[in-house]
Write a protein that binds this ligand. Sequence first.
Ligand SMILES: [Zn+2]
Ligand SMILES: [Zn+2]
Length: 460
Amino acid sequence: MKQSAVKYVLPMKATVYHLWLVLPVCLAALCGRAESALPARELVQSRLAQECPGLLDLYKHLHSHPELSFQEVQSAARVAEELRQAGCEVTTGVGKIGVVGVLRNGTGPAVLLRADMDALPVKEQTGLPYASAVTAKDSQGNDVPVMHACGHDIHMTWLVGTARVLGQIRDQWRGTLVFIGQPAEEAVGGALGMIKDGLFQRFPRPDFCFALHDDAELAVGTVGYMPGYACANVDSVDILVHGVGGHGAYPHKTKDPVVLAALIVLGLQTIVSREVRPGEPAVVTVGTVHGGTRRNIIPDEVRLQLTVRSYTDEVRRQTLEAIKRMARGQALAAGLPEDRLPEVKVTDEFTPALYNDPQLTERLVSALKGWFGETNLVPKKPSMGGEDFSEFGRTEPRIPICMMNVGGVSPAAIQESQRTGKSLPSLHSPLWAPMPEPTIKAGVTAMTAAALELLGKAGR
Ligand SMILES: [Zn+2]
Ligand SMILES: [Zn+2]
């Protein structure tokens, strides 16, 4: 997941946050009450306090052993083993590498909880003692450094922590939990691969799907949410601009694809500014331009690569059609014959927009306020980044889904950044890593609280 706007948010009650993690545990211990009689929140905090050292070790292990998309073999094996030990029936190899852990606990709704497992081709520069030194071959066969620069290592840790906690407090909920270790979020295709491999037929079909992403703008102790559209439709478009090559000194004998490509790039800028209805989010970015070999040769072709973003199906269709029309129109204006017009290809690397079911989101926000404090649930602005958790909500009949963001930045770092004006590392940065222990606790708490809300016995 990629974030765009940089706006750091501090927890309003940082001290209170630490107190509510610790206080109920102490109270429970002092009073000596039987654990099963404790309210859910106290039980969760007590179990989480016990599990935290082990989860921290797990997180550091995953962080120092990152794997690229569709290569998450060791990560998947570890997640599978952890879920098994937490009491789940585990199936591996779903959608190539995906893991499904089912925890049944009587009749009730089914809730899917998802963590993604892949890392990125980034060379870690955090300087942490457990930093990654891993290299691997990418899908093109290049040797690349690998790092959990998007925090999917902490997502796996949250999933395992939630399974451990909920597995130990079964008298607090009824229904079925479906834990998902999903491959290849970054490369696109991981979620869809699991769904196409029968996720909703072979395993209990969820009534709700929930996921968390770590957040490099929010402080630990805060949880971000976005009802409705949260991330964009992401399309990749390749344009092969044909020309008629020749000598750089004789342009009149050629059809110059460099000039034509430049006109196409500029023309494309008017799609968002002049064609899409104002207020409808859309992005057309030409990310690469490749053509030519020498300054005095007019080449035969130029290649452009675009990323195209939108929220609605309608704007997506409108934008993609406009790209094809403009490429063709500019080439005709330049005098290219019909058989040399640009080839516009929309690749199948499509990630659909993430739409957080508003009703589900509001329900979970009010539940989580009881755990994190009223002011520490923070509305976030939607982004034009992509996130394939969206796929879980697109199979008919559609399942309501919700993804929230768990802050991972130290309040001191945010205050320092606000004081100096120096930006903090974003997701995908070689410098990004969440504060481990408080972020693990906050994520497991948020995921567990969401599950308890949906499985009927929260907040007793
Ligand atoms: Zn990412
Ligand atoms: Zn991510």
